[in-house]
Design a protein around this ligand. Structure first.
Ligand code: BG6
Length: 292
């Protein structure tokens, strides 16, 4: 069966050995196994902390949580009651349909509409759809945002918080040379995060890293001596590179000991300013992860 659906998740299988597992909680992808281009057995490409909470009481520490409608602490007045990274990663999404199921790929669609737990904190209308497509060496995640209102605009931020399984101290992320970025690990005298320009041709995360790049390239490569992935972006204008290292990771209750050595987050987002949709308009942010 290429698509296995249970009460709390859906698992997709590709005939060539790849698979992916999506929790309805947060539409969080918690596993992506893929066979490398040399054709060995399928291995895990995402990191999920062994201390991650998977019972729906807390956002998952790992995989690909969906961030919407705010990134980080809320900045927009309409988001004032929301918590860090918004509600999408903490809500139960609905399984909508199988979009595709053939040799090229297996694809499903999940949706999220405002329910009581959302409307208690957030008054805007929106419709989210998330289409996850598994191919032999590739995982595509497309987030669609629609403003169904007849008279109000919708302003939001969105991001796919992708935890790539990798030897963090050996990764190089490129091409970001020359890009402006906000370094959230460093504050200026007025308390704002430092604005910098990237001077490295390959960015590393050997120290605590929390960088929000402007003007994201359409393709980012994450490489290390034994492997690598590329992530292609469409619709997203930023890319966040995050690794807490022991400095911040050791303070997270749901981070396994030394977990920060086993992943790097490379997160396509629309998180500087807000994407604005007029009534009836929609937007799509797409991430395509491929094995190199
Ligand atoms: C990153 C942010 O995207 O997510 C960081 O840039 C944040 O500032 C990190 O610490 C993890 O966030 P959370 O809410 O999942 O602990």
């Amino acid at each position: 069966m290429p698509i296995e659906k249970s009460h709390d998740r859906v698992i997709l299988h590709h005939p060539k050995g790849a698979s992916t597992e999506i929790l309805f909680f947060g539409a969080t992808i918690i596993s992506w196994k893929a066979v490398d281009r040399k054709g060995s057995t399928a291995s895990e490409r995402l990191f999920v902390s062994s201390k991650a909470v998977l019972d729906g009481s807390k956002a998952v520490r790992g995989g690909i949580p969906v961030v919407f409608p705010c990134f980080g602490a809320p900045e927009h007045p309409e988001h004032a009651k929301l918590s860090q990274h918004g509600f999408a990663r903490n809500e139960i999404w609905s399984f909508d349909k199988v979009v595709m199921d053939n040799e090229a790929g297996v694809s499903v669609k999940l949706t999220l509409n405002p329910g009581p737990s959302i409307t208690a904190l957030y008054s805007k209308s929106f419709q989210l759809a998330y289409v996850v497509t598994l191919a032999e060496h590739q995982l595509s995640t497309d987030l669609h945002v629609l403003n169904p209102s007849n008279d109000e605009s919708l302003e939001f931020q969105a991001l796919l918080h992708t935890y790539i399984r990798a030897p963090a101290n050996d990764v190089s992320i490129a091409p970001l040379l020359g890009k402006s970025y906000i370094d959230k690990t460093e504050k200026t005298l007025d308390g704002k995060p430092a604005l910098k320009q990237e001077t490295r041709s390959g960015v590393d995360v050997r120290t605590f890293t929390d960088s929000v790049y402007e003007d994201a390239p359409q393709k980012v490569e994450v490489t290390w001596p034994e492997g690598g992935l590329e992530t292609r972006l469409a619709g997203f204008i930023n890319v966040v590179v995050w690794n807490p290292q022991a400095e911040a990771g050791s303070k997270m209750g749901d981070m396994e000991e030394g977990g920060w050595e086993r992943f790097v987050c490379v997160e396509p987002g629309y998180v500087r300013g807000f994407k604005k949709l007029e009534p009836g308009e929609s937007w799509t942010g797409q991430q395509v992860l491929s094995l190199l």
